[in-house]
Every structure is written in structure tokens, then in C-alpha cells.
Design a binder for this molecule. Structure first.
Ligand SMILES: NC(=O)c1ccc[n+]([C@@H]2O[C@H](COP(=O)([O-])OP(=O)(O)OC[C@H]3O[C@@H](n4cnc5c(N)ncnc54)[C@H](O)[C@@H]3O)[C@@H](O)[C@H]2O)c1
Length: 256
């Protein structure tokens, strides 16, 4: 199968992470993938592994989504590869990079607050702003932003106040940008997973993990693949009428 579109994913290098599973799911569906992560070496290794498994064009490199110059450099790397035909045009952007803040509010320093907002919310803004112009010019694009059930229910899974605030900012960002994009051919939607079994939660105690599962009607946490499937669907031609929406992926643990 020849790949006709590239999916750009941030935060897609970590082993057992949602991002890496999502990159693999895009490749399985025939997309070329460009993996951007703070850990550029791991991103390049994961990209090479995906290329050998699925035979799709890949790129893997470093980015700090919270740093405008770094985002711009990463976008230019990918753009150069699109220009020389190494990668097909960018059709989807999955803003997945994120960090959490497992600290009670009164122990939250301004540095921690700024960092959590910078990676989750400002990162989504910077990366979207970098890749959106080419999507608008080609009249097609799918932007999917990683929020969390923590935005909707006020934490409770593992993120506390800064994390919930940052993930809620992503929902407002998604809705407002969706309105502004109108009929440009570019859609922007968000996903709100509940508990997903990844390394981001290594600090949780077995008791906390058990309590989380007790609260999930489906009786288990999500796997990264459960979340990946929704990214790939939201990137499809068939999802073209979904604009500014939020898709819950929480096993029924938060219904509204
Ligand atoms: N695991 C869960 O229960 C859960 C639930 C809801 C939402 N989420 C969100 O899903 C996303 C992925 O989480 P995960 O559980 O796979 O975590 P993870 O820690 O396994 O992966 C996060 C990835 O983001 C990268 N990253 C961190 N800071 C970055 C930066 N400044 N620039 C670029 N990349 C950076 C990390 O290197 C890592 O590869 C996050 O946004 C997280 O908030 C996770």
C-alpha cells in the first residue's frame, strides 16, 4: 500500500505509551508517520522499527513542544521531507505529548504550574500553529488533541490541579479553533481518555490503581491501543463531519 498522507505525532516515543501505540496504529492503517518527542533518539528508533514492520515512510526526531524554536525546527525538518518526496503531505496531527502533576494544590510551585501548562496546553498551541498553514493550503487536515477525563471531572485519575486546568484548556482550544476553521477542510477534535495503563502513572500505588478500576464499568483500564484506534478514526475521510467534538474513551467511568 502506498502512503498518501503523513500523520505527525508528538509524544510518541515512550515505550508502552499512548503515542507510540498510536503511531503504530496509523502505520498499520497505511499512513506514513512522523514521530516527534523530547527523546529524539528514541523517536528515531521507534520510527525505524515501524518502517521495518509496516513498510511505510517514517521520520523520527526531537522536539520540545513547549519551545517555539524547537517546534519550528521540527516542522521544517518534516516539511523538507515532504518537499523532497521522502514523506507524503501531512494529513493528520496528533498532539499527544503531555506531562502530569501528581502534587496537592498547596504544594504546587509556580514552576510546576507553568511547566504543566507549557507542555500540555502551550505545546498543543505551538505545534498546531506550525502545521496548520499547510493543511489549510491543501484543504485537508485532521488535528486531534489529547485532553483527559481529568479536564471533565477535576482530576481524580492521577493529574491534579495544573494537569486538569491544562487539559481543560485543550478542550476550549479545540472548540474555538474548530469554529474558526469553518469549512477549510481541516477538522480539530479532542479525546478524553480515562485511566490508560502507561508509564505516566508509575507513581500510583496498587491501592490507587485498584480504586480506579473499581470505578470503571468495563472493569479494566484502557490500553494504549484503545485510544490509538480513536485517533486513526478521527483522522479518516469518514470522520470529516466531526468538528470541535470531544470523544470520551473512559470505559463508562464518566458519563455526561
Ligand atoms: N495514561 C493515562 O492514564 C492518560 C489518560 C488521559 C490522558 N493521557 C495523556 O496522554 C498523553 C500520553 O500519555 P502517556 O500515558 O502515553 O504518557 P507517557 O509518559 O508514556 O508519554 C508521554 C510522552 O510525551 C513525551 N513528552 C513529554 N514532554 C514532552 C515535550 N516537552 N515535548 C515533546 N514530547 C514530550 C515523553 O517523552 C513521552 O514520550 C499525555 O498527554 C497524557 O496526559 C494519559
Amino acid at each position: 500500500m502506498t502512503s498518501t498522507r503523513t500523520a505527525v505525532l508528538t509524544g510518541a516515543a515512550a515505550e508502552r505509551g499512548i503515542g507510540q501505540a498510536t503511531a503504530r496504529a496509523y502505520a498499520k492503517a497505511g499512513w506514513a508517520v512522523a514521530i516527534l518527542d523530547l527523546d529524539g533518539e528514541l523517536a528515531a528508533r521507534v520510527a525505524a522499527d515501524i518502517a521495518s514492520e509496516h513498510g511505510v515512510p517514517v521520520y523520527g526526531g526531537a522536539v520540545d513542544v513547549a519551545n517555539e524554536a524547537s517546534v519550528s525546527a521540527a516542522q521544517q525538518e518534516i516539511s523538507a521531507r515532504v518537499a523532497d518526496g521522502t514523506l507524503p503531505p501531512v494529513g493528520a496531527l496528533a498532539n499527544i505529548a503531555g506531562i502530569t502533576s501528581p502534587v496537592p494544590f498547596l504544594e504546587t510551585t509556580l514552576d510546576l504550574w507553568n511547566k504543566v501548562l507549557a507542555v500540555n496546553a502551550t505545546g498543543t498551541y505551538l505545534v498546531t500553529k506550525a502545521f496548520l498553514p499547510d493543511m489549510i493550503e491543501r484543504g485537508f487536515g485532521r488535528i486531534i488533541n489529547m485532553s483527559s477525563v481529568s479536564a471533565q471531572r477535576g482530576g481524580g485519575v492521577f493529574g491534579k490541579v495544573p494537569y486538569s486546568a491544562a487539559k481543560a484548556a485543550i478542550l476550549g482550544f479545540t472548540k474555538a479553533l474548530a469554529r474558526e476553521l469553518g469549512s477549510s477542510g481541516v477538522t480539530v477534535n479532542a479525546v478524553t481518555p480515562g485511566a490508560v495503563d502507561t508509564n505516566i502513572r508509575v507513581g500510583s500505588t496498587p491501592e490507587q490503581e485498584a480504586a480506579i478500576v473499581r470505578d470503571i464499568p468495563l472493569g479494566r483500564q484502557a490500553t494504549p491501543d484503545d485510544v490509538a484506534a480513536v485517533f486513526v478514526f478521527l483522522s479518516s475521510d469518514e470522520a470529516g463531519y466531526l468538528q470541535g467534538t470531544t470523544i470520551d474513551i473512559n470505559g463508562g467511568s464518566h458519563l455526561h
